[in-house]
Write a protein that binds this ligand. Structure first.
Ligand SMILES: [Fe+2]
Length: 391
């Protein structure tokens, strides 16, 4: 898989090194371009109310004993909070200007990460003039990253502007588990960006999880077991004539069976047809080595692509489908079923490691998708977000 990073610093002179101490780790420092951004604190993005996890309706695994009670608040420096400066000479600057500034800023943060000076890149950017999907499209276009097409994606998303996907189409009552975007796939984006266009009245918090911490927190025997046995992702996807939320035509972006097969073959999937419906599968390791640091990171969707995830959805409430008839399910690559207790431990560890962030309207959250997981809590009322993914 080709991973590309825009890592060319272009002569920025005014970086300040801001030092913070995350609990239980060495002091880390990050480079912030103080001409355009000021560093905020975790106080700026605290959750306005506690986010219940244990016993939460429509959250996979939440009724199993031992599930974490509540989502933790953001910690100092994760995510890094940057606020666009409001000096008079910056007031009328265009979205493209801010895009250029942020591109250079991100490049510096990746360098800090690569040099061992910081945690994985997770930045919440506040104060930009982003109000619409068009604005967001202009902003991400200017970052100059290589576009990643959401072909074969698990969620229900539409491309609403250039580079811009609608937020996940899963029902609002449902909480989406922590995941690295498309880590179930043979090819996945390395950058995930989301903006909030309309904040919901209640809920809809974004949780993020430091993949480095998660990797360290997972039980060593469990990690070794998954490394040894791998993961097989098995997708069952209906023909659009079945009227399902998911269809192979929508997901693979074609109505031509041959084109669908060519895509699957090119991407390294095995497949077969169940009359009009499509079944495809791939075997993956449970971890990746980050291309910038070489460190081994937990990177998979063993639980979020498992049938137990779908069983927690309102649409599948009380359903008695066989595991392999859900949109996705996972087993080990050696053919063994994944132990439910193992899935539970992984769910608990990920939620215990995660922190919750309440995105305000116009906020942009940028994540290194290889090293930071994200999720969406259920919500009430209207909510609009837009996302963008890049190679
Ligand atoms: Fe996602």
């Amino acid at each position: 898989m080709a991973l590309r990073y825009a890592l060319k610093p272009r002569g920025f002179q005014n970086y300040c090194r801001h030092v913070f101490k995350p609990p239980g780790s060495l002091a880390r420092s990050v480079s912030v371009d103080s001409r355009f951004f000021c560093q905020g604190s975790s106080e700026d993005i605290q959750l306005s109310r506690p986010v219940q996890l244990a016993g939460r309706k429509y959250l996979a695994g939440s009724f199993v004993p031992g599930f974490p009670e509540q989502l933790s608040s953001p910690r100092e420096g994760f995510p890094l909070v940057l606020k666009a400066r409001t000096d008079a000479d910056l007031e009328s600057k265009s979205i493209e200007f801010w895009s250029e500034c942020f591109k250079e800023q991100i490049s510096e943060l990746y360098k800090d990460f690569q040099n061992g000076n910081s945690e994985p890149v997770a930045v919440l950017l506040r104060g930009l003039p982003i109000k619409t999907t068009k604005d967001f499209s202009r902003f991400v276009k200017g970052l100059n990253f290589e576009h990643f097409v959401y072909q074969g994606g698990l969620s229900v998303r539409d491309e609403v502007e250039d580079f811009i996907l609608s937020g996940a189409g899963e029902p609002k009552e449902f909480s989406i588990e922590l995941h690295n975007e498309m880590s179930y796939s043979t090819d996945y984006p390395s950058k995930f960006i989301i903006t909030c266009l309309k904040k919901s009245l209640f809920g809809g918090e974004t949780a993020i999880c430091n993949g480095r911490e998660l990797t360290a927190n997972i039980d060593a025997d469990l990690k070794a077991k998954f490394e040894r046995k791998g993961i097989r992702y098995m997708r069952y996807i209906f023909d659009e004539s079945e009227g399902s939320l998911y269809s192979w035509q929508r997901s693979l972006m074609t109505h031509d069976k041959e084109e669908a097969e060519q895509f699957l073959t090119a991407k390294g999937y095995s497949f077969k047809w169940d009359v009009k419906n499509l079944i495809y599968w791939n075997d993956s390791a449970s971890t990746i080595n980050h291309p910038l640091t070489g460190e081994q990171l937990w990177f998979n969707q063993a639980y979020q692509s498992n049938s137990t995830y779908y069983r927690a959805m309102p649409v599948y409430e009380n359903s008695d489908l066989a595991d392999e008839k859900y949109p996705y399910t996972t087993i080990h690559a050696d053919g063994d079923v994944i132990d439910l207790d193992d899935l539970h431990k992984l769910r608990c560890t990920s939620w215990n490691t995660a922190v919750g962030v309440s995105l305000e309207e116009s906020d942009v959250l940028f994540l290194d998708n290889l090293a930071v997981l994200h999720s969406r809590m259920s919500y009430d009322g209207d909510r609009a977000v837009a996302t963008s993914i890049f190679k």
